[in-house]
Design a protein around this ligand. Structure first.
Ligand SMILES: NC(=O)c1ccc[n+]([C@@H]2O[C@H](COP(=O)([O-])OP(=O)(O)OC[C@H]3O[C@@H](n4cnc5c(N)ncnc54)[C@H](OP(=O)(O)O)[C@@H]3O)[C@@H](O)[C@H]2O)c1
Length: 248
């Protein structure tokens, strides 16, 4: 669908990082953009910069999704909100962190599609973009985060079948490491800096550019899955070690 055909979008996780970059691109393209996150002050700043429409909402709360998003009619859903939490191996992971990641990364994604897609189905077109991760496609020693992003991968695969014939496209974007607050939220300032300084990572606008390319593809084309990493990053390898050294 050429970009000019899209009139409106909802971007979750818009207060920082990738979501913020996507809001900037969509509003630049004259698409009315609803920007959703919990931190209202950051959304307010983004509104001043871009003219987006803020929606302050905690996606872990299904009743808030129902109350604030039911009936919202948009052509594009960018399901981007999500986070990792320092987890360590699953057998010693913090139970609250597990619950939080599943609620934010998986349950909210399902409820969002359930809430937003009916309008797309009735208008017989739309584009759903899900931010997955290389962690959803490959093992990187993060059982919980990887499981949540693996769920996003399978959600996208199934949605494409369920939505066949509706004209709705589903794109999954699977980034490697991106220079955002993700690591600060997950690991704190010190470790975040170490992780981001180690090599040249992707930047948020590398992801937003890719999303815009997928949106702008001709109507006949559905860019289904995009995996992108920094040039200085590769996923894979065979690991060895004992339990003491198993988690880095
Ligand atoms: N950075 C990476 O290396 C990387 C790699 C692969 C995939 N990803 C994925 O990319 C997506 C965006 O992350 P990012 O890298 O841009 O990190 P980020 O800068 O930390 O952004 C995360 C966004 O999610 C929002 N969010 C988190 N919990 C929420 C909740 N309960 N309700 C509403 N909004 C919530 C945050 O806003 P508030 O705190 O204001 O609510 C924030 O806007 C995530 O799904 C992440 O898993 C990131």
């Amino acid at each position: 669908m050429p970009l000019s055909d899209f009139k409106s979008a909802l971007v979750t996780g818009a207060s920082s990082g990738i979501g913020r970059a996507v809001v900037k691109e969509l509003t630049n393209a004259n698409i009315t953009t609803y920007a959703l996150a919990r931190r209202h002050d950051l959304l307010q700043t983004l509104q001043d910069e871009t003219g987006c429409i803020p929606i302050a909402l905690d996606l872990r709360d299904r009743s808030e999704i129902d109350a604030k998003l039911t009936g919202l009619e948009v052509d594009i859903l960018i399901n981007n909100a999500g986070h990792g939490r320092s987890e360590g191996p699953l057998h010693s992971a913090d139970t609250e962190a597990i619950y939080d990641m599943v609620q934010t990364n998986v349950s909210a994604s399902l409820h969002l599609v359930r809430t937003i897609a009916p309008n797309m189905v009735s208008q017989k077109w739309g584009h759903i973009v899900m931010i997955g991760s290389v962690s959803g496609l490959h093992p990187i020693k993060q059982s919980v985060y990887g499981a949540t992003k693996g769920a996003i991968h399978m959600l996208c695969q199934n949605l494409r079948i369920e939505l066949l014939g509706t004209g709705i496209r589903v794109t999954e974007i699977c980034p490697g490491r991106v220079n955002t607050d993700f690591f600060k939220t997950a690991f704190g300032d010190k470790k975040s800096k170490e992780l981001l300084d180690r090599f040249e990572t992707l930047e948020p606008n590398d992801i937003s550019n890719t999303i815009m390319h997928a949106l702008d593809a001709p109507k006949r084309v559905n860019i289904t899955t995009v995996e992108l990493t920094g040039t200085a990053q590769a996923v894979g390898g065979l690991q060895t070690g004992d339990a003491e050294n198993a988690y880095i």
